[in-house]
Write a protein that binds this ligand. Structure first.
Ligand SMILES: Cc1cc2nc3c(=O)[nH]c(=O)nc-3n(C[C@H](O)[C@H](O)[C@H](O)COP(=O)(O)O)c2cc1C
Length: 148
């Protein structure tokens, strides 16, 4: 089983740390979206790296998607990535993969957590992945880790 952790927070930041807690004891690859130029949906620049991220995504059996809470929601980097699937990635084409969600912030409200999880759950469903759940703190990460 190959695991890819896609982190949409700061390099070596809190999202990265929580994802690593979830993945403790497992081999995994990590992509930090801060290292990649994934432009907005509708932008077309020659140095865009969405295809590189997508290729890594396709290779993994299990995806851990990590986002900090920025402005009450997913980070822009994560949202851009989700947006960019729309079009080049056929619906259902990621069937067989599992998707875990790591989401943490300074003081997220239940409404923020619910809304972001709704988006990620729908993202998983649209592309045929099994949504496995969300961890928002270390306790939840150790619970969710049992599903890995
Ligand atoms: C631009 C920005 C917006 C933020 N907005 C929120 C917010 O709406 N709610 C919240 O709880 N934390 C908010 N935070 C705090 C971050 O979620 C928190 O510092 C988080 O741990 C950062 O994760 P990272 O180190 O992986 O980037 C915000 C931080 C930044 C930089």
């Amino acid at each position: 089983m190959s695991i890819l952790f896609i982190c949409g927070g700061e390099k070596d930041g809190n999202t990265s740390a929580l994802g690593r807690e979830l993945l403790a004891g497992h081999d995994f690859d990590q992509i930090d979206l801060v290292d990649y130029k994934v432009y907005d949906y509708g932008q077309h620049f020659d140095d865009d790296q969405f295809d590189e991220v997508l290729a890594r995504f396709k290779q993994a059996d299990t995806i851990v998607l990590g986002s900090p809470v920025y402005w009450h929601d997913l980070s822009g980097m994560v949202r851009n990535l989700l947006d960019r699937f729309y079009g080049p990635v056929p619906e259902g084409s990621m069937a067989g993969k599992r998707l875990f969600f790591v989401f943490q912030g300074a003081a997220p409200t239940p409404a923020m957590l619910e809304r972001a999880e709704y988006t990620v759950n729908r993202f998983a469903g649209l592309y045929g992945m099994e949504y496995m759940g969300m961890a928002t703190n270390a306790r939840e990460a150790s619970e969710l880790a049992k599903e890995l």
